[in-house]
Design a protein around this ligand. Structure first.
Ligand code: HEM
Length: 429
C-alpha cells in the first residue's frame, strides 16, 4: 500500500471505497480515518475544526521546506493571525479590481496561440502552469514575472513535487515531528523558488504599484505588529504556489474533458462567442457565461486539484459515532466523495448540466473542491473567476484536441494532474 501511495496516491483506493461512508485503516503505527459522507465531513471539518485544525504531518513535512509557516500549513495562533491578514487580499470584494490582470495575461496567451504553426502539439499542462503563474504574479507583485522566471518556478515546483512524494514514512512509523526528514534533491528547487519570491517581494514593497503584497503590508496583525520579512516570504510563496498550481491543473483537466465531449465543447464555445464577440473575457462577463462556469465546476468534481484534505487530531473527538484519539489522521478525499455513487448520479460521467442554475440540489458538503469550514480556500473566488475567463477567451477562438497517441491518467502527488504532460493540438475555429 505504501509503495502504491508513493507512486500515485489515487492507487490506494479500491472500487468499494467510493461508496463507503467511513473508511478506517492503519498504516504502520498510524490510525487513519477517511470521511466519505456529507455528515462525517461536516463533523470533521466544521464541528470538529478546533480538534482538527492541524494539517497532517505528511502535508506539513512535504511543504515546510518551501512554505515555512505559511498559511497553508500553519496552525494555532500563527494560522489565526495570518489568516486575518491574508484572506482579505483575495476576498470576493477585491475581485473586480484583480480580474483585469487575468484578462490581460490571457490576451497575451491568445495572441501567442494565434501565431503557432497549425497542427503542432502544445503541452497544455505546462502552458496553463505558466499562464496561471503569470496571473498570480501580476496580482501578487503588481508586475509581470518575466516569462523566463515563471517557467523557472513552474518547473522547479514540478520537480519538487516529484521528489517529495506523498508519504512521510517517519510519521507513519510514529516518529515525532522534530526528527529531521531526509529530503533528497529538493534544496536546489527550494532555493530557486525562494530566490524568485524574495526578489519579487522586495520589488513589490519598493514599487508603488497596487498589489496583494502591498495590501498585506498595509494590514496589521492583531496587536498592531507588522509581519516580518520571513512571514512575508512564506505568505507570498504560499499564495504563489496555492494560487497557480491548482488553477493550472483545473484548466488542464477542463480542456482535456472538453476534448472528449464535443457537444459540451461546442456549447461552451457558442456561449463564449455570443457573450464576448471576439474580445477577451473580463469580470463583467461572468454572469453571461453560466455554462463555462458549470464546466469548471464539473471539472473540479471529477478531477479535484487538491484530491486529499488531511488533518491530525490534536484533541479527542467523535466522528460518525467513532471515537477519534489525538494523533489520528482524519482525511476528506474529494476524489472519493465527488464520485460517491450514493451522492452523485452517474458519478464518472462528465455532465456540466448538473451545475447549471436550476439543476437538482446536491447534498450539502458532497462537493468540496475548495475544502470547507474555517480553513476553506481563501482564493476560491479568484481561482473560479480566472478559470472561467481563461476558458471562455480561448475556446471562443480555438478548438483543442488530444494529440494522437497521448495517454492521459490522473497522477496525485500534492495536487492531481494529468500525468507529466498534456499534449494537445490547437485549431483555429
Ligand atoms: C481552482 C483553484 C483552487 C483550488 C481547487 C484550491 C483548493 C484549495 C483547497 C482544497 C484548500 C484547503 C486544503 C486543505 O484543507 O487541506 C486550499 C487552501 C488555500 N488556498 Fe486554494 N485553491 C485554488 C486556488 C487558490 C488561489 C487562486 C489562491 C490564492 C490566490 C489560493 C490560496 C489558498 C490558501 C492561502 C489556502 C490556505 C488556507 C488556510 O489554510 O487557511 N487558492 N485551496
Amino acid at each position: 500500500m505504501l509503495r502504491r501511495a508513493r507512486r500515485n496516491f489515487l492507487e490506494v483506493w479500491l472500487a468499494g471505497h467510493f461508496s463507503q461512508p467511513l473508511i478506517q485503516t492503519r498504516v504502520l503505527a498510524q490510525r487513519i480515518l477517511v470521511c466519505n459522507s456529507p455528515e462525517s465531513v461536516q463533523q470533521a471539518f466544521i464541528d470538529g475544526h478546533e480538534a482538527l485544525e492541524r494539517k497532517s504531518p505528511q502535508m506539513r513535512h512535504a511543504l515546510e521546506p518551501l512554505l515555512g509557516d505559511g498559511l497553508f500549513i500553519s496552525d494555532g495562533l500563527v494560522w489565526r493571525e495570518r489568516r486575518r491578514v491574508v484572506a482579505p487580499v483575495t476576498h470576493h470584494s477585491r475581485l473586480p479590481e484583480l480580474a483585469p490582470v487575468m484578462t490581460s495575461v490571457i490576451e497575451e496567451r491568445r495572441d501567442a496561440w494565434r501565431g503557432l504553426p497549425p497542427g503542432a502539439p502544445t503541452d497544455i499542462l505546462a502552458s496553463m502552469g505558466q499562464l496561471t503563474a503569470e496571473v498570480i504574479c501580476a496580482a501578487l507583485f503588481g508586475r509581470r514575472l518575466g516569462a523566463g522566471a515563471a517557467a523557472t518556478v513552474v518547473e522547479a515546483f514540478r520537480r519538487y513535487q516529484a521528489r517529495i512524494g506523498n508519504t512521510d514514512l517517519p510519521s507513519l512509523l510514529g516518529l515525532p515531528d522534530w526528527m529531521p526528514r531526509l529530503r533528497l534533491g529538493i534544496s536546489p528547487e527550494v532555493r530557486r523558488i525562494h530566490a524568485v519570491v524574495d526578489g519579487l517581494v522586495a520589488g513589490a514593497l519598493r514599487g508603488g504599484e497596487s498589489s496583494l503584497i502591498g495590501a498585506m503590508a498595509q494590514a496589521a496583525l492583531p496587536g498592531g505588529q507588522r509581519m516580518d520579512a520571513t512571514a512575508f516570504r512564506n505568505e507570498a510563496a504560499t499564495l504563489f504556489m496555492a494560487g497557480h498550481e491548482t488553477t493550472a491543473n483545473l484548466l488542464a483537466w477542463a480542456l482535456y474533458l472538453l476534448s472528449q465531449a464535443p457537444e459540451a465543447e461546442a456549447r461552451l464555445a457558442g456561449e463564449a462567442q455570443a457573450a464576448l464577440r471576439g474580445r477577451a473575457a473580463g469580470w463583467e462577463d461572468l454572469p453571461a457565461l453560466p455554462y463555462t462556469r458549470a464546466v469548471v465546476d464539473e471539472a473540479l468534481r471529477l478531477y479535484p486539484p487538491v484530491p486529499l484534505l488531511a488533518r491530525q487530531a490534536g484533541a479527542p473527538l467523535t466522528i460518525a459515532g467513532e471515537a477519534v484519539a489525538p494523533g489520528t489522521i482524519v482525511i476528506v478525499v474529494p476524489w472519493l466523495l465527488h464520485r460517491n455513487p450514493g451522492l452523485w448520479d452517474q458519478p464518472d460521467h462528465f455532465a456540466p448540466e448538473r451545475f447549471l442554475p436550476g439543476a437538482p440540489e446536491r447534498p450539502r458538503h458532497a462537493y468540496v473542491p475548495f475544502s470547507l469550514g474555517p480553513r476553506v480556500c481563501t482564493g476560491m473566488g479568484f481561482g473560479l473567476a480566472e478559470a472561467v475567463i481563461v476558458l471562455a477567451t480561448l475556446l471562443q477562438e480555438f478548438r483543442l484536441r488530444l494529440a494522437p497517441g497521448a495517454r492521459v491518467f490522473p497522477v496525485c502527488r500534492l495536487t492531481l494532474r494529468p500525468g507529466e504532460r498534456l499534449p494537445m493540438v490547437l485549431e483555429r475555429r
